[in-house]
Design a protein around this ligand. Structure first.
Ligand code: ADP
Ligand code: MG
Length: 371
């Protein structure tokens, strides 16, 4: 129980009860008692004015409110109606008894109806909330499906091209090696052949990467801790960040965030995202990496937020940055984000792009399901 709950007054002592129940009853009673018996019609009105706090009590507090008001109204009316200590209500006795009975019957009926209405309202609110959650989940799923579809098509295309290029490149590599053997060590052509070999090696490595990317289910998943990975990656990138005058800070809201995952691949994701953040701050800035748990729909996720103090991503580019070869950098490959997305997707997760907490800058949130 919180401090506020402990010090909370019971309903009948609240300001609302005072204003809509006790004050109106007190006022009606006051005027009722001090109105002379010769004003028969005024007594008829006052007697009926008690219904107002009774009905209001039902809508504000339910059955207890209406019954509380009707019992108090009956009690305060009773001496005025039947005793000789006061100037008596000029109404007929049977009429007054019926009136008091009616106070309580009306209280019972309005109280029950108001509570039923309140329950129905709560039910509707709950349904609306569930509906909102379901719609949100559906939207999320749609987003994931669209991206996964795009990834699959592009993955297949790149894998096809890479596969087609692999064999000719292997032949060229073999031929280049044979030619290299025939060129003397001190020949000026030797340098050219070395360049040729180096570039061919780079080409075949890139092709391997593309092929690897398109191959689904190649993840080596083991029990691992995301907090541990996060600190490891930050440790790796610290020197590079310092050189660029970038302040890096990592926090884990939980002591341990255990998942079944491919540590090397997820490390690549974090490195890609941190490098992207550093790239947009050539004059230095801040990169924060925070891990916390979050519930979305009915699923639990570990969320890693990478927040930079860079210029932000324009709204119209947010969908395109996950496209293959999309880059706004002079020497960018445009592969960092699609590859990261593919890895996160392979872990059942997704990536979201948001503004930073101040509405500027960028926050990339990686969601990985908890097990
Ligand atoms: N933190 C960020 N702030 C601003 N723009 C970003 C950020 N991260 C990614 N981008 C944009 O997304 C593009 C694609 O990123 P990526 O796929 O990693 O390719 P690359 O880094 O080679 O350009 C970047 O060129 C950049 O325009
Ligand atoms: Mg990049």
């Amino acid at each position: 129980m919180t401090q506020a709950e402990r010090t909370k007054l019971p309903w009948f002592l609240s300001w609302r009860a005072l204003l809509i129940l006790w004050l109106p009853i007190a006022l009606v009673t006051f005027f009722h008692y001090f109105t002379g018996a010769k004003h028969h019609w005024l007594h008829d009105i006052f007697r009926r004015l008690y219904y107002i706090p009774i009905v209001l009590g039902a809508f504000q507090f339910g059955l207890k409110g209406s019954l509380g008001a009707s019992i108090v109204a009956s009690l305060v009316y009773l001496p005025h109606a039947f005793t000789y200590f006061f100037e008596r209500d000029p109404g007929a006795s049977i009429e007054k008894i019926l009136e008091m009975l009616l106070y309580n019957i009306i209280a019972l009926i309005t109280g029950v109806l108001a509570e039923r209405e309140q329950k129905e309202r709560h039910r509707q609110e709950l349904i609306a909330k569930q509906l909102k959650e379901t719609i949100e989940e559906k939207k999320l799923l749609e987003e994931q499906l669209i991206r996964a579809g795009k990834l699959k098509a592009l993955g297949e295309l790149t894998a096809g091209i890479a596969h087609e290029l692999k064999n000719p490149i292997a032949s060229i590599k073999g031929a280049a090696e044979a030619i290299a053997d025939e060129i003397a060590e001190d020949s000026p052509r030797r340098k050219l052949v070395e360049i040729q070999q180096k570039e061919l090696k780079r080409l075949s490595k890139t092709l391997d990467q593309f092929l690897g990317f398109a191959r689904p289910g190649k993840f080596l998943k083991r029990q691992m801790d995301l907090c541990d990975l996060l600190h490891h990656v930050v440790g790796l990138m610290e020197t590079q960040a310092k050189k660029k005058h970038i302040q890096m800070e990592a926090t884990c809201a939980v002591p341990e965030a255990s998942i079944q995952g491919d540590r090397d691949q997820l490390m690549q994701v974090l490195v890609n995202l941190i490098i992207n953040a550093m790239d947009v701050m050539p004059d230095g800035g801040d990169v924060r990496i925070d891990l916390h748990g979050e519930e979305l729909g009915n699923k639990g996720y570990w969320v890693i937020d990478i927040t930079d103090s860079g210029p932000g991503i324009p709204e119209d580019l947010r969908e395109r940055i996950f496209d293959f070869f999309f880059s706004t950098k002079e020497n960018g490959t445009g592969l960092g984000l699609p590859i990261s997305l593919n890895i996160v997707d392979g872990h059942g997760g997704f990536i979201r792009v948001n503004d930073g907490p101040d509405g500027q800058h960028t926050r990339i949130s990686v969601h990985i399901p908890c097990h």
